[in-house]
Design a protein around this ligand. Structure first.
Ligand SMILES: CC(C)(COP(=O)(O)OP(=O)(O)OC[C@H]1O[C@@H](n2cnc3c(N)ncnc32)[C@H](O)[C@@H]1OP(=O)(O)O)[C@@H](O)C(=O)NCCC(=O)NCCS
Ligand SMILES: [Zn+2]
Length: 209
């Protein structure tokens, strides 16, 4: 079972900062752009509030570990006891997935000006690159972004991040699906599981109000 919670960037409030731990506050204040700060704050807040509700703890007391397995800095895949998590933000959207199995969630805002052919060559499989030739203009940018989020979701599920082999086919035992998030963004969910997961999509508006 996977729960995917989505918020719009406009839902961020200064008051949410009170629930962050010192490490998260440090990261929050290091962002230069307001929109990056808002997206990070929403990701943390959704994570803390959903987990807090599950275990009847105030959001601020939920224990999260952000240690990067590569370097030890607190910018890694977020972890908590008893649940698998994945956080993503891009453009107007922030999403957090909560799962019983290792999970990767990725959203990207569609960039209409993207050099699709240039990136597709390094980021997509030959078959995906071929598929893209069926589209033009914005449809092409959307199709590319859909493929891209699928790949990122897989790499985020395995925890490899972008060091993983981008052009490799999806490994067996990983279920990937596209999630509907409107015309301006594309999103995908990957779960390490033999069976396609049951997915519940939730709007975080209430949770954040
Ligand atoms: C993880 C990664 C794919 C995210 O891509 P992105 O599209 O730029 O950003 P997203 O908004 O979708 O995801 C960011 C979230 O991914 C999570 N994350 C970080 N590293 C991750 C990893 N290796 N695997 C899965 N998730 C990761 C974090 O929770 C982060 O959100 P938060 O810091 O706000 O909580 C990319 O940053 C990456 O490849 N990082 C790892 C690269 C690496 O090896 N880093 C080591 C540095 S020492
Ligand atoms: Zn690191």
């Amino acid at each position: 079972m996977v729960e995917v919670w989505w918020a719009q960037i406009g839902a961020a409030r200064d008051a949410f900062v009170g629930d962050l731990d010192p490490v998260e506050r440090g990261r929050l204040h290091a962002y230069v752009r307001d929109e990056d700060r808002a997206r990070f704050l929403l990701g943390v807040t959704i994570t803390r509030r959903v987990l807090g509700r599950r275990v009847s703890l105030p959001a601020a007391r939920v224990g999260l570990d952000r240690t990067c397995v590569e370097c030890g800095k607190p910018h890694g895949k977020v972890r908590a006891d008893g649940v698998e998590l994945s956080v993503t933000h891009s453009g107007e959207l922030v999403g957090v997935a909560f799962s019983t199995r290792p999970v990767g969630l990725d959203v990207e805002k569609v960039d209409p000006g993207i050099d699709v052919d240039g990136v597709a060559r390094v980021a997509l499989s030959a078959e995906e690159a071929r598929e893209l030739t069926r589209y033009d203009g914005i449809a092409r940018a959307r199709a590319f972004t859909a493929y891209w989020t699928r790949r990122e979701a897989v790499l985020k599920a395995t925890g490899e991040g972008l060091r993983g082999e981008l052009q490799a086919p999806v490994p067996a035992g990983i279920q990937v699906q596209e999630l509907e998030v409107g015309a301006d963004h594309r999103a995908a969910l990957a779960v390490v599981s033999a069976e396609p997961p049951v997915v519940h999509v939730e709007d975080a508006t209430q949770l954040l109000s």
